[in-house]
Design a protein around this ligand. Sequence first.
Ligand code: URA
Length: 235
Amino acid sequence: MSERIEKILARELNEPRSRVKTLLQKGQVTVDGVVARAGQQADPDTQEICLAGEPIACRAFVYLMLNKPTGVLSATDGKGEPTVLDLVPSALRRKGLFPAGRLDKDTEGLLVITSDGQLAHRIISPKHEVGKVYYARLDGELTDEDVAALEAGIHIRDADGEFDARPAQIDRDGGDAAYIRVTEGKYHQVKRMFAARGKQVVYLKRMAIGGLALDPDLQPGEWRELTEEEVRLLE
Ligand code: URA
């Protein structure tokens, strides 16, 4: 929520308004890197406010865990279609939230929604090799050969392009379902990996991101804030 910069500084620095005025006059305060003017509005939840180059400790990032239902887009703007942000209250949405990564429209499960760009980058970037575990049900039997190929690292060539998928970890659940752990998130990654073995994914749910598991008490469409400990699991 935007407030006058004087009000934010007085509260966060615990300084009288006269001192705050002086700091502004001296050009020592910046909002997102631009020198702040007296009387201007700023949003401490989404903007970085610095005094003499150092951030003042008022920016509070928001971290949510959503059990994404099918039928909604992992996007901030669905261009008329419902998005995951429609599932969280508007007061939180105003804090600059976005989904940290994408799940397909027909995929369910764990999605982190945050205002913390750095953390989101860590989750998404393949460089950091954050493991994502999915539960996949297939239209046919997963063979020993399929498992060996997926665990060795499979070459994908299909209508969407070509790439070498990194080795995955597979934990079978009966004949036609499995938990699969991957460390990258290419377009339709998991579906394409199974499709390369001639198996279509008929149901897909993300169960975990790094050390963070989907809360089993969250029904599809429900969300809750992450605890500090859970945020640390992602850092
Ligand atoms: N892999 C997919 O194919 N779809 C998803 O939504 C996530 C991973």
